[in-house]
Design a protein. Structure first.
Length: 141
């Protein structure tokens, strides 16, 4: 058998659910709509902030990539010009040495040593120029 206190609690619970409408315990439909609208607005704001942040990051990375590509292109142009110059000078020197060998064999060896020293000096100057250019390219613009 159930005790009288247990029966009175059970009847009190049943009575309270019948007497008090569910709308008092739960939210109204208007409050639900308001909350849904607020949630939607907050989600839109969050999405907007994410798009803004991503756009800023992408723009910065594109700028950096473009500057790097420019520097590499400039460096490649300088290297190509220097190689062309060196090849032209070497070709001239070899032609001159060939003529000297026929005309004056003794002068050919001296000219050959002088030309090789000049070519090595020219290559060293070009390497220094390339290093300076690379160093300048690493500085922020």
């Amino acid at each position: 058998m159930k005790t009288p206190i247990a029966l009175s609690l059970a009847s009190l619970a049943l009575t309270s659910t019948l007497l008090f409408p569910v709308s008092i315990v739960a939210q109204t439909a208007g409050q639900d709509m308001h909350n849904a609208g607020t949630d939607t607005k907050d989600a839109a704001k969050d999405t907007g902030h994410a798009v803004k942040t991503t756009t800023k990051k992408t723009t910065a990375k594109t700028k950096t990539g473009t500057a790097k590509a420019y520097d590499k292109t400039k460096e490649g142009g300088t290297v190509a010009a220097d190689k062309t110059k060196e090849t032209t000078v070497k070709g001239f020197d070899r032609s001159k040495e060939g003529v000297q060998k026929v005309v004056d064999p003794n002068a050919q060896q001296k000219s050959k040593v002088t030309d090789r020293a000049r070519e090595a000096n020219m290559g060293a100057k070009d390497d220094v120029k390339h290093d300076k250019q690379k160093l300048g390219d690493t500085k922020p613009q």
